[in-house]
Design a protein around this ligand. Sequence first.
Ligand code: TYD
Length: 203
Amino acid sequence: MSHGKFITLEGVDGAGKSSHVEWIAERLRAQGHTLVVTREPGGTPLGEKLRDLLLSESMHLETETLLMFAARREHLAQLIVPALARGDWVLSDRFTDASFAYQGGGRGLAGQRISELENWVQQGLQPDMTFFFDLPVEIARQRLTASTANPDRFEKEDVAFFNRVRKAYQNRAEAFENRIKVIDSSKSIEQIRVILGKCLLSI
Ligand code: TYD
């Protein structure tokens, strides 16, 4: 049986990935794939409860990281792995690159710690393709303020935090250049769709 493909979307808050989720999903369905659209933290009933905690309660950095990976373990077991095994495709709004960017880059947790959890929880499973929506942090912040009435615990962080998150994403994009496609989010929606469409045909 053919194995489905796993695609993830990443970027700093406000970089515009959310506006492309539905379009990418439609495009993949038009290419004939059965698709599961999901998100992290979340994607399962337990994962969504953990998401509520993660976005609202202050906690130790390692607790935050462990809960992200606890939600991810559940997500993989209940949803992602069975879907891929059925031959479905999976599109997830964020995955482990976000842990390296936010808990690693943003909050300063050692990458080694995150890698240990990644190896444990994922057992070698990686996305087939990741779109990193990249935008100067100042512009992302303006977009976020315009669209978000009640910022969550991450969205309340300062510009320096988001610059570290962005840098960590950029470093990962360099390190995994075959998997991570950098999308210049300052381009128009139409221009971005042309680029996304080409990448999706190449998977
Ligand atoms: P986000 O997709 O931005 O939710 P929304 O668009 O509804 O605001 O994700 C929620 C937050 O979770 C985001 O600020 C990044 C953070 N996050 C981490 O810090 N680490 C992780 O591993 C993941 C998956 C998300």
